[in-house]
Design a protein around this ligand. Structure first.
Ligand code: SAH
Length: 500
């Protein structure tokens, strides 16, 4: 009937092999569980992208749980476009009606004037709705199969990876596949929430290692959900000292006096490469100034939506403003003024793409006892040097770093740090990873005696949920560079094995 052998075996184990009816019932229950899991994963995904729970949930209910994240986002944005006349950027917030005060056509989000657009969307989502509600065995079977085959790796809800400080994953042991074991050690990073199947592919290429999904909110005052595939030991990790502030208040105590009681955030959302506009700050100010004390709940809700979406902090009475670049640096674990000297836009972009240093240092801490005299690193997509800063702060000398980074701004920031911290090792700077040849790798390996660590987080441009236009997965123009990480890693492993 189209159920996988694995599922049937499990169902038989659960029910005994006598009663076919019962086995079928269990199989259908498994399928329903898969649908629920799918719905929950998508809900969390959308919430993580800063959509409101209500709107995410409505979108899933309306379109069906098997709708892709990209289509769900389309749906939500369509609803928001519909609400344009009532939405914060266009009208003072205190004038926004509650959903239940709106006419039905406003509620479902289509501007009455834009009939053509409304009709198009209505048709598209009616079809989705029908598909979502369909409970035919065929559609359940297809859904189950697509979940099983393409999305084997599940993103855990609480991203504590293989254990976070004070809360190690109970009795966690991992056994790496033989061909994954170093040298060299390697460490690959990317955004946790990617289009379906991306982490499966990444894991398959990287020796079937289970990704470690970690949210940096366990390490600092901001969320940052990332997946890491690596072959590092996972026992006896420790934190960088001093431990950074874990809440917004502790990180930015000066803002405390401006923080309204109804904003109960303790953590920022993920630091991104762009920030909220001055116009938005002004709108929020105007909306709040109308009220002497606390604004009504609906205004609070709208303001909180923007604050969460754009990571705004309170920098004055009724002033919700973006974090400054140096506050970004601080929360992400970088030295003060690390990116200073570049335009604000460049600074946000560089830090928004970077590693959260405390998180990465926690994973790298196991290297300290292994490389007491220093480490030789091949750093791909080095950016502003998150990996090197983590190693340096752990007290692991950087003997040689071959750094590959295409952005001149990032290279310059990293070189500045290298000089200011009086590094004694060799820094070799290369630009395009695609041009890093086998001959070059052979030469570096011969000169420096091989690499101890290969590290890199390839561009997430076509993977992240915030890219609504080119979220093409690993085949995307920039995200395809993952395969260069894999190529380089494989080549180095081969050369080092042959040199033994
Ligand atoms: N981990 C880094 C940032 C990684 S973001 C940090 O801590 O800062 C991905 C990086 O890949 C960006 O800095 C981007 O400029 C770089 N990049 C993009 N295309 C590249 C290419 N073809 N070769 C080398 N680097 C590239």
């Amino acid at each position: 009937m189209g159920f996988s052998v694995k599922m049937v075996t499990r169902a038989i184990e659960e029910t005994g092999d006598q009663n076919t009816e019962q086995i079928l019932e269990v199989l259908l229950r498994y399928s329903e569980d898969a649908v629920l899991r799918e719905k929950e994963t998508k809900l969390l995904h959308l919430i993580d992208m800063n959509f409101l729970e209500d709107e995410a949930s409505s979108a899933i209910n309306a379109c069906g749980p098997d709708t892709s994240i990209a289509d769900l986002i389309d749906f939500i944005y369509a609803s928001q476009i519909g609400k344009t006349d009532d939405f914060p950027l266009c009208k003072p917030l205190h004038q926004i009606p509650n959903d239940d005060e709106m006419r039905p056509d406003q509620r479902c989000g289509f501007p009455p004037t834009d009939q053509k657009r409304k009709k198009l969307f209505a048709e598209k989502f009616k079809r989705k709705l029908e598909m979502g509600r369909s409970d035919s065995k065929e559609s359940k079977k297809n859904l189950k199969e697509s979940i099983e085959e393409h999305d084997r790796i599940r993103i855990p809800r609480h991203m504590i990876g293989f254990g976070i400080p004070n809360e190690p994953r109970p009795t966690f042991q991992r056994k790496l596949p033989e061909e994954a074991i170093g040298p060299p050690y390697f460490y690959f990073e990317n955004v946790a929430y990617t289009p379906t199947g991306v982490w499966d592919t990444i894991s398959r290429f990287l020796y079937e290692i289970e990704p470690e999904f970690v949210d940096s909110l366990h390490f600092c005052a901001a969320a940052r959900k990332r997946g890491y595939v690596h072959n590092l030991p996972v026992q006896n990790r420790y934190l960088l000292q001093p431990i950074p502030p874990l809440t917004i208040y502790e990180a930015l105590p000066m803002t405390r006096k401006w923080w309204p009681t109804w904003d109960q955030r303790e953590k920022f959302n993920c630091m991104r490469t762009c920030i909220g506009s001055a116009k938005l700050t002004q709108r929020i100010k105007e909306a709040l100034e109308c009220w002497g004390g606390n604004p009504p709940i609906k205004t609070q809700k709208r303001v909180m939506y923007e604050c969460k979406k754009w990571n705004l902090l309170w920098s004055g009475k009724n002033i919700a403003a973006p974090l400054e670049p140096d506050e970004y640096e601080f929360i992400m674990g970088y030295p003060k003024d690390h990116t200073r000297g570049f335009s604000t836009t460049e600074r946000y972009k560089a830090v928004g793409n970077a590693f959260q240093v405390d998180t990465v240092a926690y994973h790298f801490s196991v290297l300290k006892s292994m490389f007491p005299t220093g480490i030789t690193v091949l750093s791909l997509f080095s950016g502003i040097g998150g990996a090197e800063i983590a190693l340096h702060r752990l007290g692991i000398p950087l003997k040689t770093v071959v750094s590959v980074e295409i952005s001149e701004v990032s290279r310059s920031i990293f070189r500045g740090w290298w000089e200011q911290t009086n590094q004694r090792g060799n820094l070799i700077e290369l630009e395009d990873v695609q041009e890093l040849s086998t001959d070059q790798l052979q030469k570096y390996i011969n000169t420096y005696g091989g690499f101890d660590l290969i590290v890199g987080g390839s561009p997430c441009t076509n993977l992240t949920g915030s890219n609504l236009h080119h979220r093409d997965g690993l085949a995307g123009k920039e995200s395809i560079l993952f395969y260069d990480f894999w190529r380089v890693l494989n080549t180095v492993k081969c050369i080092m094995r042959n040199n033994k």
